[in-house]
Design a protein around this ligand. Structure first.
Ligand SMILES: *[C@@H]1O[C@H](CO)[C@@H](O)[C@H](O)[C@H]1NC(C)=O
Ligand SMILES: *[C@@H]1O[C@H](CO)[C@@H](O)[C@H](O)[C@H]1NC(C)=O
Ligand SMILES: [Zn+2]
Length: 417
């Protein structure tokens, strides 16, 4: 049996350029690759559901924050009172004398942050996400529906959306790293697409993950287009993975909803910008990962400059951009990215790319909630889920203040580690 931690996340950018020097041949092109057994990891995750990370406020005792500035997911409000009533945000007038009152003068309350691209495999990763204020995240690859399910429903910890298995073709670099028990999921031709999508939806996928490829071998343009069409028919969005100009172009032609990662070869130009706008496609650039890849691996003919320039240009053109980190602790990933703390690095990256601090915060709260169809979170408003982040200072002025965490609540449960 192979080391699970080393194996799970072959989907990262390691082999996007088919470069041997990066270890793309590590698994010997499928020869002798052992089946992976997820059982013990799944059992550990399920057992962790009995652990608690904080006590929710009781039904007759609310938590009342007074004098707290509120960034509601869209704009900053002057200091006011916010009530946490069970797992929801309550009405300030409903505060009562015996409630727990906390004077948050000088502090700012934000919606819990949303990381649109993470690769957790154990509950410890959710703990780290929660600690740093990430209350919702999108699990960007699902190698086993039971494993993904075992990471959900951990009260008091980050809640996850779950991707499908990766849609990719047998000739792609990603396919070469898929263990034998999963190769039946590879897309050989368009006739397999309807059953692939139906299976992924039945297995609990919230969105479909497609691996873009050009100029490397992989799914054809027609296959990508049909994958998007079938996903939409099933009511699911498509997140397309790529880090090259030509693969972004194919993803846009296919009509993907979200492009994840940013271009490491050349930045998007007017043609692609126009297509982003026309297709209403959004970008999740994972600049933290892009930077780590360049710093740690220095692949030939790739650099960080095009990745951040793509973000600068799309933002300037009004294309929606959301925060995602590609957090992973995989031995074989091209670079590791820490869970939780990295979302603050990504906020910094967006500010470096020309976002105001408030625009960066919107990209980590209200905007991803809307784009993923999460109607109960991402904004601070009565009746919304009490997923909250309380920090010192004002991150809408200085984004670094978002790191100065006083408390995190997930569904009204204050995080205590
Ligand atoms: C599509 O690929 C599958 C799996 O390899 C194969 O069984 C089937 O015959 C192919 N269909 C067409 C139309 O090529
Ligand atoms: C880098 O790009 C140059 C110019 O396009 C090309 O000649 C060279 O072969 C590339 N090097 C690698 C290692 O891909
Ligand atoms: Zn990823």
């Amino acid at each position: 049996m192979m080391d699970l931690r080393g194996l799970l996340f072959f989907l990262t950018l390691l082999c996007s350029f088919g470069n041997k020097a990066w270890g793309c041949e590590f698994h010997g092109g499928g020869n002798g690759l052992a089946a992976i057994d997820f059982t013990s990891l799944i059992n550990d995750n399920i057992a962790a559901r009995s652990l608690t990370y904080g006590e929710p406020s009781s039904s007759n005792k609310r938590t009342v924050l007074t004098n707290v500035r509120v960034f509601d997911g869209h704009v900053l409000h002057s200091p006011r009172t916010v009530v946490i009533d069970g797992d929801r945000i309550g009405h300030p007038d409903h505060a009562q004398a015996h409630d727990d009152v906390f004077d948050a003068k000088g502090m700012t309350l934000l919606p819990g942050l949303i990381d649109a691209h993470v690769h957790p495999d154990s509950v410890s990763h959710l703990v780290e996400l929660t600690r740093f204020g990430v209350t919702t995240a999108a699990n960007a690859f699902c190698p086993d529906p039971k494993l993904c399910a075992s990471l959900r429903d951990h009260p008091g910890l980050t809640s996850l959306l779950t991707a499908s298995f990766i849609a990719t073709s047998p000739d792609s670099a990603h396919a070469k790293m898929i263990p034998p028990q999963l190769t039946s999921l590879l897309i050989h031709n368009t006739s397999q697409i309807p059953s692939f999508i139906a299976q992924q939806v039945a297995d609990g996928a919230d969105f479909i993950k497609v691996i873009g490829s050009a100029p490397q071998p992989g799914l054809s343009q027609e296959e990508q287009t049909q994958l998007v069409r079938a996903s939409h028919k099933a009511g699911k969005q498509v997140v397309l993975h790529t880090s090259s100009y030509s693969a972004v172009l194919e993803g846009l032609v296919a009509g993907a909803d979200q492009i994840h990662h940013s271009t490491l070869d050349v930045p998007v130009d007017d043609r692609l910008i126009a297509m982003f706008k026309q297709e209403k496609t959004i970008l999740c650039p994972t600049l933290t990962m892009m930077r780590n890849i360049i710093d740690q691996i220095a692949p030939p003919n790739r650099s960080f400059a095009p990745a951040i320039e793509t973000v600068r240009r799309l933002h300037k053109a009004g294309v929606p951009i959301i925060v995602g980190t590609d957090s992973n602790m995989q031995a074989l990933a091209p670079a590791n990215v820490k869970f939780g703390s990295s979302i603050h690095d990504e906020l910094d990256n967006l500010v470096e790319a020309g976002f105001s601090p408030i625009e960066a915060l919107i990209a980590a709260t209200a905007l991803p909630a809307r784009l993923f169809g999460l109607k109960d979170r991402g904004v601070i408003r009565e009746e919304m889920r009490a997923d909250l982040l309380l920090v010192k200072g004002d991150p809408t002025e200085d984004i670094a203040a978002a790191r100065d965490i006083v408390r995190v609540w997930v569904g009204g449960v204050p995080f205590e580690s």
